[in-house]
Design a protein around this ligand. Structure first.
Ligand code: G3I
Ligand code: 9MR
Ligand code: ZN
Length: 540
């Protein structure tokens, strides 16, 4: 079979009419044209930028900018050498399906319920993980931990991971509600509440069960003791479930996300909003009573994901911000100011480094007499970070803000988090450059990268086929469960198959589409969630 030479990298889904449209061509091509798919009619001709060496991908690249093309249609980029890109659309809103698919992935990750054919199509399965969980270290105590989302390619349920994922989705909804007007649909879909809030409620309802009713503290995770084999379907994963001990990180993230949820659900369901807030305040009491509580470590008999975190000031800062935002009480403002003096990043949006969420919540609450100076300095910090990212984007061959060192486990989360930050910074400093840069991050995710690959399963002409995701491995369906963002290139090659096959590759090429590659090709809820946020901006 003729193997097509891949020399033109594009966003395989498409480009918004008013957005920045670029492709990447190789060294030899000084020019390019855009042809209408099917008719081959040439609709645009342009010159490629001068060749530059791109450090992260270790290759020489040229940018082909066709932002001026504004006629809707389906096109290909053809470079001077005659190489063609995969087809893509130019449309007002090219990401409607993608947005829907990225959200639907959370439905596929639901635990404790049957995914029936009506909603899950060929990717359905029986209900799973419905037994009670043993509370670690408390002989004879078993609790219900049903529901929520599986974290990732494994079936664990981890509080800090869930909090980040829900935070991104709620923030996307809060900032860009119009993006969510279309129903996915879900079994719960109604004309009353948007689907994204139904989906987040699945996780929030589970999170309630992670709170120890006696103390307010929150169990770090609910998992089996060890990871099941890679082809084990959820319903066949029958080892005992265990609630790992309470941790400060889980408890503070919990307080934060519940206080945030309380605001969002208030207008739909006031009693649910009250429940969220009461539970957040109870978790906060635990935090206040346990200033000494440190980092979570896996107990010796448990080897599932640790989600350790050696700094929990940022989680407390986030919790204080959300509680202050929701209740307007001075006690929380005081705490927020206190934690803001600690040294941690005020802009990060990770599962371990959550300072950005606290900052964003505080800024979105708005300036008051008492908050003026802190408000201003946090606002500046956020804008400075966006400016720092812009400088990196300008140097990068693909126009994104990742430097070589940023291609780590979950680099696609780093990518989407930074696009998110740029879009959020725009709220206080409305520079078009921020949106353009965010756009480039999305183009990269969807195929405008050195591997010519869309990192979202089921989306794009050439997308990931073999994610490290147990149901995708264990079901008898060829295509992976769609709509999932994989971790992406990881120069640290933290798994065996990466180690064996990718030694010496440039950072951005340190990736293999293999089911064993958990350090590059796994999926998680918190890699999907920032992508939902970013695509929401373009889907309004
Ligand atoms: O950030 C540092 C960077 O500063 C440093 O230079 C570099 C060199 O080692 O490492 C970077 O840290 C990496 C970190 O991820 C970044 O978030 C660590 O090496 C890497 O080991 C760590 O990986 C985490 C992985 O668990 C192993 O602990 C991933 O972030 C995290 O997403 C992943 O989470 C797993 C869960 O445990 C289980 N469920 C699936 C999930 C996804 O793979
Ligand atoms: O499948 C596991 C994945 O979800 C985790 O992210 C990863 C790192 O903790 O571990 C995977 O499990 C592997 C285990 O760590 C080592 N033996 C092979 C397992 C994959 O089948
Ligand atoms: Zn399950």
């Amino acid at each position: 079979m003729h193997k097509m030479k891949r020399s033109v990298a594009v966003n395989q889904i498409g480009y918004p009419i008013n957005g920045q449209k670029t492709a990447i061509v190789t060294e030899k091509s000084s020019g390019f044209h855009i042809a209408e798919e099917g008719t081959n009619k040439i609709v645009y001709r342009g010159n490629a930028s001068p060749p530059t060496f791109d450090l992260s991908s270790g290759s020489i690249v040229r940018k082909a900018d066709f932002s001026e093309l504004s006629k809707p249609g389906t096109y290909v980029v053809v470079d001077d050498e005659g190489n063609r890109s995969t087809p893509f659309v130019v449309e007002e809103r090219p990401y409607v399906e993608l947005h829907n698919g990225l959200l639907k992935a959370f439905y596929y990750l639901r635990c404790g319920v049957t995914l029936d054919e009506r909603y899950a199509g060929k990717w359905g399965h029986e209900s799973c993980h419905t037994t009670l969980g043993a509370v670690h270290g408390e002989e004879g105590l078993y609790l219900d931990g049903n529901g929520g989302w599986h974290d990732a390619g494994d079936y664990g349920k981890y509080v800090v991971a869930g909090a980040k994922a829900v935070a991104d989705l709620l923030l996307a909804y809060e900032m860009y509600p119009k993006a969510f007007s279309k129903s996915i649909p879900l079994p719960e879909s109604d004309q009353l509440m948007p689907d994204v809030l139904h989906e987040c409620k699945v996780e929030l309802d589970f999170l309630f069960k992670m709170q120890d009713k006696r103390s307010g503290g929150v169990y770090h995770k609910l998992t089996t003791r060890h990871f099941p084999g890679l082809s084990v379907m959820p319903e066949d994963d029958l080892a005992e479930l265990v609630f790992s001990p309470i941790s400060a990180a889980a408890t503070a993230s919990y307080a934060a996300i519940m206080a945030f949820a309380s605001r969002i659900y208030r207008s739909y369901d006031p009693s649910y909003a009250d429940k969220c807030l009461n539970s957040a305040e109870y978790a906060w009491e635990w935090i206040m009573e346990h200033p000494e509580a440190g980092d979570f470590k896996n107990p010796p008999d448990i080897t599932t994901g640790e989600y350790g975190d050696d700094c929990i000031y940022d989680e407390k800062y986030w919790a204080a911000a959300e509680l202050y935002h929701t209740t307007n009480q001075e006690e929380y403002h005081f705490a927020f100011r206190h934690y803001s003096t600690k040294s941690f990043s005020k802009c990060e949006l990770g599962w371990a480094d959550v300072g950005g969420y606290g900052t964003i919540s505080y800024l979105r609450k708005g300036k008051t007499e008492e908050s003026q100076s802190l408000y201003t300095s946090l606002q500046q910090e956020l804008i400075q970070e966006a400016e720092r990212l812009l400088v990196i984007c300008e140097k990068d061959g693909y126009g994104i803000s990742l430097e070589e060192n940023d291609y780590i486990w979950g680099s696609n989360m780093v990518l989407m988090n930074r696009a998110m930050l740029l879009l959020i910074a725009r709220e206080w400093s409305p520079k078009p450059e921020y949106v353009n840069a965010a756009t480039q991050h999305l183009h990269y995710l969807l195929g405008k990268n050195t591997l010519y690959l869309s990192y979202v399963t089921g989306f794009g002409t050439r997308s990931v086929m073999n994610p490290h995701h147990r149901p995708s491995v264990g079901d008898h369906v060829d295509a992976p469960v769609p709509g999932m963002v994989v971790g992406g290139p990881n120069r640290n090659l933290n798994d065996e198959i990466m180690e064996q096959t990718l030694k010496g590759k440039p950072a951005a090429a340190s990736y293999i589409d293999h089911e064993d590659s958990y350090a590059g090709n796994e999926i998680t809820i918190y890699w999907n969630s920032p992508a939902v946020f970013v695509v929401s901006y373009f889907n309004q």
